[in-house]
Design a protein around this ligand. Structure first.
Ligand code: ZN
Length: 362
């Protein structure tokens, strides 16, 4: 294995080395003799095994042992600044060319064990069920196709209407009146060959139907808001099948997304049970019949759904690549559009009375 320094900025000043690990994160290393700078320069070339690094360091007047080099490389790996050299070459040249930016993004998380090419292969072999081809769903689909997710089953019951053109950029004037799943499937095929999209023109109604759709997939993404209890239905189907899911939406002026991994995190029903506990002794009950409710207004503009679909697609990729942990596991990530883009997180724990979690322990 040949270690290589990632694409980072390194400075050498007055007997110390400054490693810019992130854009806003610098590490200062003592380097009176210049050996750290010499090793980093050799690692940047990414052409030497640890044995060859020992020889190259000695040739520069820094006698080091194989153990010294191994310890330094392991330390750099724990900081996330080295990866395996040459891993890209295991991919076809056309794949490397098409996915260049994706691979360089995966570099951030690559290490000496899992390469960016490994992460791409995981994406390429992933099977995702995407519920919804509206504002959120079509935006998420576009990201999945750009990333080269192998297979996407897309489920929706709507046809493309003129009002959708405010935010559903996979469609256009020529597709008005077409079934969304078919228009989206055609968009994906014309855009890039890497993703097979299965179009399912079907309304999502109950957990049994979702279970049938989700079977055989690695991940479910819920980008619909009807029926009213769709989040609990998706939760039930996914927990029963042991398939992780990502969900999200827009309520009032608040964007929100979260994810659940059965067997590892609390589920969405757990949250519902916690809420019931809180309401039991509350002065007023949020479930009381309203004097009047808000009108149903869809105020999801293009930028709004692009932000949320991007965040949800990124969370989906964490499940698929299995190297970067999901950030929204049993945790509401909230972005308040009307309040200075304030962001917040609300985590919830497993509820002791959640029968769904109890019945579906792995
Ligand atoms: Zn639960």
């Amino acid at each position: 294995m040949i270690p290589r320094l990632k694409s980072i900025l390194v400075q050498a000043i007055d007997g110390s080395v400054i490693v810019h690990r992130r854009a806003l994160e610098r590490m200062h290393l003592e380097d009176a003799e210049g050996s750290v700078a010499a090793l980093l320069l050799l690692l940047r070339e990414g052409t030497r095994t640890e044995e060859e690094l020992v020889l190259a360091m000695s040739a520069q007047g820094f006698p080091v042992s194989k153990e010294d080099i191994a310890a330094a490389v392991a330390e750099f790996d724990s900081w996330g600044i080295v990866q395996r050299a040459g891993a890209d070459e295991s991919l076809e040249p056309a794949v490397r060319d098409r996915h260049q930016s994706n691979l360089r993004f995966y570099d951030i998380f690559a290490d000496l064990h899992v390469s960016s090419a490994d992460q791409h292969r995981a994406v390429e072999s992933a099977r995702v069920l995407l519920l919804g081809a509206g504002g959120l769903g079509s935006g998420i689909l576009q990201s999945l196709v750009g990333l080269g997710v192998g297979r996407v089953t897309l489920v929706d019951f709507d046809v493309v209407e003129t009002k959708n053109l405010a935010r559903q950029f996979a469609y256009g004037l020529a597709t008005i009146g077409q079934r969304k799943v078919e228009a989206a499937q055609n968009w994906a095929a014309a855009y890039s060959a890497g993703t097979a999209v299965d179009a399912v023109h079907q309304r999502v109604e109950d957990a049994a139907g979702i279970r049938e759709l989700a079977s055989g997939h690695d991940l479910v993404i819920c980008a619909i808001d009807s029926p009213d209890d769709v989040q609990l239905l998706v939760n039930q189907a996914c927990v029963e099948l042991g398939i992780p899911y990502v969900a999200g939406g827009l309520a009032y002026s608040t964007l929100c997304y979260w994810s659940v991994e059965p067997g590892r995190s609390a589920c969405r029903l757990c949250l519902e049970l916690h809420r019931n506990d809180e309401l039991r002794d509350a002065e007023w009950d949020i479930r009381t019949d309203p004097l009047f409710d808000r009108d149903t207004v869809n105020r999801a503009t293009g930028p709004v759904v692009q932000v949320l679909s991007g965040l949800m697609a990124m969370e989906a990729m964490r499940f698929i690549r299995r190297i970067e942990p999901p950030v929204a596991l049993a945790c509401y990530h909230v972005l308040e559009l009307a309040d200075d883009m304030r962001s917040d997180r609300h985590r919830w724990e497993r509820h002791p009375d959640c029968q769904l979690c109890a019945d579906n322990r792995p």
